[in-house]
Design a protein around this ligand. Structure first.
Ligand SMILES: [Zn+2]
Length: 435
C-alpha cells in the first residue's frame, strides 16, 4: 500500500493522533493486539476493513499491520475481493507458529491432541485408562502419549497446554478439588507437572467445561447461554453465560452428578446415597443391566455378557438404538431422571440451548425425547419458550477442540498484552501472581 508523507507524519507521535479517532482504545499496543485478533477471528482481514472497523487512519493501520507482520503474528495472503479499485490483500494470522496440546482425561480414557492456534486438530491419540489409578501414573501415561505425538510432529512449538479432568477444578491454581471419582487427585498440582515439562502456560479445567467450550467454537457464536450436559460414565454440566464459562467460587458449578434425586436409595461411588449418577449414569446402567441379565433378562445385553465381555455404557446405548427392550428401558429411565435435574437447571439458569452428550446420551432420540418431555413438563414456560434441546455432535474430537478454544481465549483475549512483545507466551504471563 502506498502511504503519503503526510499520513506517516501524522502518525509519528504514536498516541496523540489515534487517541482522537479510537476512543478508549488509545495506545499503540492496544490497537496492535486488536488488529491481530481481528485478523485471527476473521472480523476484518484487509487493511481497509481494519480501518473501517477500528476507525483508525490508513497510516496507523499500515504501521500496526507492519509491526504485526514483523513480529510474526500476521502475513500477507491472497488478494481479496475488489470494491471498485485495486483489490486489497487479505491478511492471515499465522496459526502454525505455535501449537496447543490438549489432554482430555475422562473416567475411562485419555485423549490427547496437538492443535494449531486456529483450533484445528493436527494429530491425536487415544487410550483406554482408568482415572482412579491416581495422578502420578495417569499423568505419566499422558506424557507418554504427548511424546508419541511430538515424535510424529517434531517441529511443533508448544505454546500452551490444556488439561481436562472429570471433576471440579480450582481454575486459578489448576488443582482438582475433592473430585468424587478421582482418588488421590484432590489438590494435586496438575499444572506444575506440565509447566515443568513444556515451559509454557498450562490451564486445567473440568472436562465438561471443555465440551462447552468446544460447542462455542463449533457454533461460532460468542454470546451463548448454553448448558452442556454430559451423561457418560459420570454426569456433569458445563455452563456458558453469554459465552463465558461459569465455574463458580470453587470450580464446582454444574457438577450435577451428585445432587440427590427422588425415591432413590442407590449408593453412589462418591460415598453418598441417591445421587443422580447412581441412577442415571453409564456405570449405574451397566450395574442394572448386569443385575437384570443375572435375573434372567434376555436380548442383546445378555448375549454380550454370555460371550464373556464386560458390559459398557456404549453397549447399553447401542442396544437401545437397535431396539433391545432392556437397553431401551434403562436408557429411558436414565433420561427421565436426568431430565428432572436438567429441568431444575433450566429454571435457575435460563439457557437458550441445552446440548446433551456422552456415551449414554449417544442413544440419540430414545434419550433426547424423554429429556425433552421432562424438561418441558417441569420447567417454567418462560424458561422454555426459546429453548432448544439437542444432541451433541457426538464427535470424539469435541474435547480437543474445546481445550484449544479455552487456550485460545486465555492466550489472545486474556494474557496477550503480557506476552506479545516476547513473541511467544510464557508461564509468567499466564499466571503472573504465582511465579
Ligand atoms: Zn454421588
Amino acid at each position: 500500500m502506498r502511504i503519503s508523507g503526510t499520513e506517516l507524519c501524522q502518525d509519528q507521535p504514536m498516541a496523540s493522533e489515534s487517541t482522537l479517532r479510537f476512543g478508549a482504545q488509545t495506545d499503540e499496543v492496544t490497537s496492535l493486539l486488536r488488529i491481530v485478533n481481528m485478523v485471527r477471528t476473521g472480523e476484518a482481514t484487509t487493511r481497509p476493513e481494519i480501518g473501517r472497523v477500528t476507525g483508525l487512519g490508513r497510516g496507523v493501520v499500515t504501521q500496526r499491520v507492519d509491526q504485526a507482520i514483523e513480529m510474526g503474528y500476521l502475513e500477507d495472503g491472497e488478494f481479496g475481493p475488489s470494491s471498485g479499485g485495486r483489490a486489497p490483500r487479505t491478511l492471515r494470522f499465522r496459526s502454525e507458529r505455535g501449537r496447543i496440546i490438549v489432554c482430555a482425561l475422562g473416567a475411562l480414557h485419555i485423549h490427547v491432541g496437538i492443535m494449531a492456534l486456529d483450533g484445528d486438530v493436527q494429530d491425536q491419540t487415544h487410550r483406554a485408562w482408568d482415572i482412579s489409578r491416581g495422578p502420578a501414573e495417569s499423568l505419566d501415561t499422558v506424557m507418554e502419549m504427548i511424546d508419541e505425538l511430538l515424535g510424529r510432529n517434531p517441529e511443533a512449538d508448544v505454546w500452551a497446554v490444556t488439561v481436562g479432568v472429570p471433576g471440579p477444578v480450582d481454575f486459578e491454581s489448576g488443582r482438582p478439588v475433592a473430585p468424587p471419582i478421582m482418588p488421590g487427585w484432590n489438590g494435586f498440582d496438575v499444572r506444575k507437572r506440565f509447566e515443568q515439562r513444556f515451559e509454557a502456560p498450562v490451564w486445567v479445567d473440568n472436562d465438561v467445561n471443555l465440551l462447552a467450550f468446544g460447542e462455542r467454537a463449533r457454533r461460532g457464536v460468542a454470546q451463548l447461554d448454553l448448558i452442556y450436559v454430559k451423561i457418560g460414565s459420570g454426569i456433569g454440566a458445563g455452563l456458558l453465560s453469554q459465552g463465558h464459562v461459569h465455574r463458580g467460587a470453587n470450580g464446582a458449578a454444574g457438577d450435577i452428578g451428585h445432587v440427590r434425586v427422588r425415591d432413590s436409595e442407590e449408593p453412589c461411588r462418591c460415598g453418598k446415597i441417591g445421587c443422580l449418577e447412581a441412577v442415571a449414569s453409564g456405570w449405574a446402567l451397566v450395574r442394572d443391566a448386569t443385575a437384570a441379565v443375572a435375573d434372567g433378562a434376555s436380548g442383546a445385553l445378555a448375549r454380550i455378557m454370555a460371550a464373556g465381555d464386560q458390559l459398557t455404557p456404549e453397549h447399553v446405548s447401542v442396544g437401545a438404538t437397535d431396539g433391545d427392550a432392556l437397553a431401551i428401558s434403562l436408557i429411558q429411565r436414565s433420561a427421565r431422571v436426568a431430565g428432572e435435574s436438567i429441568a431444575t437447571l433450566v429454571n435457575v439458569f435460563n439457557p437458550s440451548v441445552i446440548v446433551i452428550g456422552g456415551a449414554v446420551a449417544s442413544a440419540g432420540e430414545v434419550f433426547l425425547a424423554e429429556v425433552r418431555q421432562r424438561v418441558y413438563e417441569l420447567s417454567l414456560p418462560l424458561a422454555t419458550r426459546d429453548l432448544s434441546i439437542v444432541n451433541s455432535a457426538n464427535d470424539v474430537r469435541e474435547p480437543l477442540r474445546g481445550g484449544a478454544e479455552l487456550a485460545r481465549e486465555q492466550l489472545f483475549d486474556v494474557t496477550f498484552p503480557r506476552w506479545f512483545a516476547g513473541g511467544r507466551p510464557t508461564i509468567e504471563s499466564a499466571h503472573p501472581g504465582d511465579v
